[in-house]
Write a protein that binds this ligand. Structure first.
Ligand SMILES: [Mn+2]
Length: 323
């Protein structure tokens, strides 16, 4: 880490334009590590052009992660590219990274490919990319007199918190708590602000959640909700927003598999989310043209008949497992 940190600083000093990337469909760690490093470089190198690259796929915590303009194609020319929390090139948000001059990779996923990065720090024993970024910038603070402020601490804390399931995953180790100890010492850092951000939702969201709870159906350990009416309009929420409520169905401790479908009036199709505690739902999603992870998958479905056959398929599958 020391060697990497020194090499990293040399690269920063060498370049006038620096662009930081994250992975597609960013989670708290992708955003936290990207924004934390972004602010760190901005306050310590005010004469350099520091930018964030993305695919405009950010709709999570907009108050916290302020939208930044994507760099222009020209900005990538002769730029130093830093890619955070991303295992392989297909996952890199904004493919213009290829136009840069040099790539640095910082990640905690098992190494898949280095997308051309010569300088890299990859350690899959670390809980999160944000945890690695903190060690990097704290080293530079201690040895090179650079600054860290509470805004950076907030971003990295949120990244660590979300990527460790609030410190509950096996990836958490003494390094995680060593980093946290240092974060808690940063002046102005307030963990309760971040917890409030993560633990609360808006009143409109809450009302909508109550609607889902009151209208979903439960058959054995299968929970499903099909929103046919224009619920986004009814609850004055963005359509995109109301597609993210499948986790409500998994709150029931009897539920092992959940389906959450919302009709999109604009695109004229059902947006379906599947969640499971055991069964591979991505296999089912693939049959209908969707995909995803084993326990979390999704699919877009055109007609209601097809949706009903998907629901029936899950019910039958479940019945077979019960018998
Ligand atoms: Mn991560």
């Amino acid at each position: 880490m020391e060697k990497f940190s020194n090499d990293f600083l040399k690269k920063i000093e060498d370049y006038q334009k620096i662009i930081i990337h994250r992975h597609k469909n960013p989670d708290g760690d992708a955003l936290g590590s990207q924004y934390g490093l972004f602010i760190f470089l901005k306050i310590n190198f005010p004469n350099k052009k520091i930018m964030l690259a993305h695919e405009d796929d950010l709709n999570w915590l907009p108050i916290f992660f302020k939208k930044e303009d994507n760099p222009e194609q020209d900005d990538f020319k002769n730029a130093l590219i830093i890619i955070c929390d991303t295992a392989n090139k297909e996952r890199i948000a904004n493919s213009n990274y290829q136009l840069g001059r040099e790539i640095i990779k910082i990640d905690h996923h098992p190494q898949i490919d280095n997308y051309g990065a010569k300088l890299k720090y990859v350690n899959y024993n670390r809980s999160s990319c944000s945890e690695i970024i903190f060690d990097l910038i704290n080293y530079l603070k201690t040895n090179n007199n650079l600054k860290i402020n509470s805004k950076i601490a907030n971003y990295l804390f949120l990244g660590i918190l979300t990527d460790t399931g609030r410190f509950s995953y096996p990836s958490v180790n003494s390094d995680t708590f060593r980093v946290l100890q240092a974060i808690y010492q940063i002046e102005g850092f307030k963990a309760d602000k971040i917890y409030k951000l993560l633990n609360t939702i808006t009143e409109k969201d809450l009302k909508y959640q109550a609607y889902v709870i009151n209208h979903y159906k439960q058959e054995d350990d299968f929970a499903y909700f099909v929103g046919k009416k224009n619920l986004a309009k009814k609850f004055k929420l963005d359509f995109e927003k109301i597609t993210h409520f499948v986790s409500v169905l998994m709150l029931n401790n009897n539920t092992n598999i959940a389906l959450y479908a919302i009709y999109n009036y604009k695109d004229k199709l059902f947006s379906v989310s599947l969640r499971s505690r055991k069964i591979a739902v991505n296999k089912i999603a693939q049959k209908y043209g969707g995909g995803g992870h084993k326990l979390a998958a999704g699919v877009k479905i055109k007609d209601k008949k097809k949706l009903l056959s998907l629901i029936k398929e899950i019910k039958d599958l479940n019945r077979n497992l019960l018998e």
